[in-house]
Design a protein around this ligand. Sequence first.
Ligand code: 5GP
Length: 178
Amino acid sequence: MAQIKVLDKTFETYLSAEKIQNRITEIANEINKDYAGKKPVFLAILNGSFMFASDLFKQITIEAEITFVKLASYEGTTTTGKVKQAIGLNTDLKDRHVIIIEDIVDTGHTMAQFLPELEKSNPASIKLAVFLHKPEATLVPITIDYCCFSIPNKFVLGYGLDYDQLGRNLPELYQLCE
Ligand code: 5GP
């Protein structure tokens, strides 16, 4: 198994680029079927989802749009102490079918905060497509409509996901070595 070093940590290959692409094809086919004639808007959450969003969107064959937002954390008064605010959301989502594209659902806090925020735009529907899900890390249960891979509760890197901003360029997914 190939190992790489990023800063002070060693990672080993967990999912090959081929395995990732094959699974994305399956998910894209599902979406193409489910959303035919609905002209969905994909809403990709930056930065981590950029690679997944790009590969998924290339395989969407129905009429569809894509837009991007960044979630900025600022100190607030929720249970987690942080509030996520969407920056750059300038597409009118009223009465639109929205498919959120997220890199990973870990504790679920990010999506738990963002979903009610998004509902304020009155979309016709909201579904969630995620590249990775760590079920063992769940603190807030989130309904994931399209999930590429469920993974163990270990830190991962590559395919858009970073360690201290590095490693996003890797075309395969790596897991932190014990
Ligand atoms: P949650 O709010 O669900 O706990 O966390 C979601 C965010 O945490 C993701 O969008 C991602 O930025 C970050 N994250 C969670 N687990 C990992 C991981 O294993 N690797 C990396 N690189 N980021 C992670």
